[in-house]
Design a binder for this molecule. Structure first.
Ligand SMILES: NC(=O)c1ccc[n+]([C@@H]2O[C@H](COP(=O)([O-])OP(=O)(O)OC[C@H]3O[C@@H](n4cnc5c(N)ncnc54)[C@H](O)[C@@H]3O)[C@@H](O)[C@H]2O)c1
Length: 313
C-alpha cells in the first residue's frame, strides 16, 4: 500500500496535474497538496491541502509528522524567466527548499524524494543537438545554476547519506489545466490560448528557435514511472535527461494552422530569446529509456489536437 505523499508547490503548472494523477492512483487522502497560495477550485476540492512555505524546514517537518508522510515531491521553484529578474529570491527558494527535503530524508523522516531539474542545466557550450546525459554544462542563467547545483547536491546526498532522491531534466512543458509559471518555453502554451481567442499570436522567441518540449501527460507519466521504479534500476542520482519532441515556434504555428487555417504569428523576441539561445535543441534520453523504460507518447500534432480540443471545452 502507498504510504502518504506530500507535494510542495502543488498549485503550479506541474504540481496541479501531478496532484490529480497521484490522487487518482493512490486515493485522495494519501496525497497531501501544499503551496504558499491556494490553487484552483478543483484542486482545492480534490483532497487534503496545507498552506506551506517550502523554505521553512520546521513547517514542512510538522506537516510530515502530522500526516506520517513517506514521500515528498518538491515542485516549488522560481522558473527561468522570473529568476533572471529576482536572482537572490530564486536562489533562496530553489536551493533552500531542496536542502529542506534532502535533510528530512537524511534524518530518515521521509524515505523518497522527487525533485525536478531542467534542460536549463545546459549552457552555450553544451552540444546543441542530442545533448548527452554527461557533457559540458556551464549554465548561464540563475535558474540553470540553481538546477545544476541542485543536481550535484542530490547526487551527494545519495552517495553520502543513502538518500533516495529521483529527478528528471524536464523540457518545456505544454498543458491546458494550469498556466505556466514564468519560464522561457511559456510561448508553447500561450500560443494555443491566443490562437483560439484572437486567431493570432505574438511570439517572444524567434521563428527558428528549436527547443526540447513535452506534453504534460508524458511528463506526469515519466515522473510517476521513475518514482515507481525499483531502486536498483536507477543509475543516475543527479537527474535524467528526458526527451520527447523538439520544434520551433514556426513548426508549432504550422501545426495549429492545420486546425485554424487563418491563424497568424508574429515574432518579437524579448529577453527570453537570450536564455533560449543557451539551451540545447534536442536531448539524448537513452539512459532513461534503458534504466526505466521511458517512452514518450505525444508528438507535436497530437499535442496540438489535445490542447485545442481541451481549451475549446
Ligand atoms: N513547467 C516547465 O516547463 C518546467 C520545465 C523544467 C523544469 N520545471 C520544474 O518543475 C517544477 C515545477 O514547475 P512548474 O512549472 O509547476 O512551476 P510553477 O511556477 O507553475 O509552480 C510553482 C509553484 O510553487 C509555488 N511556490 C512558490 N514559492 C513557494 C514557496 N516558498 N513554498 C511553497 N510553494 C511555493 C508557487 O505558488 C507555484 O504554485 C520546478 O522545479 C521547475 O523548475 C518546470
Amino acid at each position: 500500500m502507498q504510504k502518504p505523499i506530500l507535494i510542495l508547490g502543488a498549485c503550479g503548472q506541474i504540481g496541479t496535474e501531478l496532484t490529480y494523477e497521484l490522487r487518482n492512483k493512490y486515493g485522495s487522502e494519501t496525497v497531501v497538496a501544499s503551496d504558499i497560495r491556494e490553487g484552483n477550485e478543483a484542486l482545492m476540492a480534490s483532497g487534503p491541502f496545507e498552506l506551506l512555505d517550502a523554505t521553512n524546514y520546521k513547517a514542512i517537518e510538522d506537516v510530515v509528522m502530522h500526516y506520517e508522510i513517506d514521500e515528498v515531491y518538491l515542485m516549488a521553484a522560481m522558473l527561468s524567466a522570473t529568476a533572471e529578474k529576482f536572482p537572490d529570491r530564486a536562489w533562496n527558494l530553489n536551493m533552500n527548499s531542496l536542502f529542506n527535503v534532502l535533510d528530512l530524508a537524511k534524518e530518515k523522516k521521509i524515505s523518497k524524494i522527487f525533485w525536478p531539474s531542467s534542460i536549463a542545466v545546459f549552457g552555450p557550450n553544451t552540444p546543441k543537438e542530442n545533448a548527452p546525459q554527461h557533457t559540458i554544462m556551464e549554465p548561464s542563467t540563475v535558474y540553470g545554476i540553481s538546477k545544476q547545483s541542485g543536481e550535484r547536491w542530490c547526487e551527494y546526498y545519495n552517495t553520502k547519506y543513502g538518500v533516495d532522491v529521483r529527478s528528471v531534466r524536464y523540457p518545456g512543458l505544454i498543458s491546458w489545466k494550469t498556466m505556466p509559471g514564468g519560464g522561457t518555453t511559456d510561448y508553447a502554451v500561450e500560443i494555443y490560448h491566443d490562437a483560439l481567442e484572437k486567431g493570432a499570436y505574438q511570439c517572444f522567441l524567434s521563428k527558428h528557435t528549436k527547443l526540447p518540449m513535452m506534453y504534460m501527460d508524458d511528463a506526469i507519466r515519466a515522473t510517476m514511472e521513475l518514482m515507481e521504479s525499483p531502486a536498483e534500476k536507477i543509475s543516475v542520482h543527479s537527474s535524467y535527461n528526458l526527451g520527447s519532441m523538439s520544434f520551433t515556434p514556426h513548426d508549432m504555428a504550422q501545426s495549429i494552422k492545420k486546425h485554424i487555417p487563418d491563424f497568424t504569428i508574429a515574432y518579437i523576441p524579448d529577453f527570453r530569446q537570450k536564455i533560449a539561445d543557451t539551451w540545447p535543441s534536442s536531448i539524448d534520453d537513452s539512459l532513461a529509456k534503458e534504466d526505466w523504460d521511458w517512452k514518450p507518447k505525444y508528438d507535436l500534432d497530437q499535442t496540438t489536437a489535445e490542447m485545442l480540443k481541451n481549451l475549446r471545452k
